[in-house]
Design a protein around this ligand. Sequence first.
Ligand code: HEM
Length: 451
Amino acid sequence: MLSWSLGRVPFATRLAGRIFSDPMRYATGKPLERWLMLIDLASRKLVFANDPKVVETVMLDRAGQFPKSAVVHDLLKPLIGGGVFGQPGGASVKETRRIFSRSLATIPDEEVRRVTEAITADYLDRWLAAPGGQVAISEELSRLTVDIVSHCTLGDRFDADQSLRFTRLFFAFHRKAAPLVLMLAGQDERARARVMRDMGIEEIGGEMRALMRERFVTPLINGDRPLETAPFALALAEAGRLEPGLAGEEALLDEIAVMLLAGHETTASTLSWLSYELAGRPELQDATAAALAGRTEGEGFWGAADPDSIADALAREALRIYPPIGFFLREAQEDIVFRTKPVPAGSFVLVAPWTLHRHQKLWWRPDDFSPRRWLEGGPAPARTSYMPFGMGARGCPGARFADIEMAAILRGLLARARLTLVPGTRPKPLGNLTSRPDKEIMLRLSERSRT
Ligand code: HEM
């Protein structure tokens, strides 16, 4: 379908197609580093913005005029229905976001850390006992992070079969979901519906929703599990969002789907790439394991940095090079001029952390994986050149949760395991919905000796 569509549109559109289908390869260097690029799609313009002023206009100053694109809604609808993540904006989005933030704020940091450490320890037991020590780390990190976010926000977890099924289905969804195809389909409802059907993601989304409904929604609705055990469902109920009947149940499922999907895929993707980078750099990995365990006495690669700063620097650098949400797709509500170029209302506007985080003019040695750049004394990036958690009215409400969780997983992992690359694994970022690896990252995990 993608190649069919692209065969009928001009060169710039084919370039856009290549960018979308292989973002890693095309996301750095010319021409994507231009401050502003206008591409003619079949029915409207696509504006690609790196200019800090334009980025600020779109994401902050006039964010209300640049709501999330309907493409985001349509693409995610099979999974999250009318859930907040796919909604363009407005008062109801503001109110729903408040519920997310309020419920996350009721979970103490210490609780997130404790749950993460306990569940990570269970996973490590299993990983270290795997035949030949081989672990599909991206899949396993997805299972781990979905368990952590569901335990903390809903008080329950999938069983082992369900979690495997859920993460595999989501991977399949990712592979098939193609934003550009939907962008090219134009405004005609029937054409868009056909494109969605052809992608084959509706069935996958339906199966994932059935799993979430069975495990999390039905027991809460039936009263088999008290709402008090599920902080997020409780916050929705307290805000009057748990209306009786099928519509109320669907609305609960929609927002639970947002929490579970936004809250696990992102951390799993970041940690998958970080594990991959560390597995490919044994010396950095060993120095990090020793420093995180407080065994270096101020010497070696990390110098006098404390363990919290080290874990933070690693996560920030992984989020810089592999921002899980690599593209923010917005739509201009009115005519506007960017850098003297007229942009008509209805144009797509793309702000891409993927490109901004690797931009030659914004970063020193942007393609190097260099976590030490984040230690004290290093230059702070300009605010529009680093935004893994988004910014402004639609920024991530789970950033703090994610920071604590990722640091705890990293510390648990490196305390017990040495990670080695399994030859033959050369993953690339998928780039459709998130930057998760396009194929399983296989690593060998062995017990880390303390000597
Ligand atoms: C490394 C981890 C994470 C990253 C990089 C990340 C990044 C983001 C970004 C960039 C957005 C905004 C997308 C946009 O503007 O189009 C977002 C939204 C969101 N995130 Fe996160 N996130 C992470 C972890 C989490 C966690 C752990 C949770 C929950 C516990 C969470 C919950 C949400 C929710 C509910 C939204 C939707 C907000 C809305 O629709 O306005 N995220 N995230």
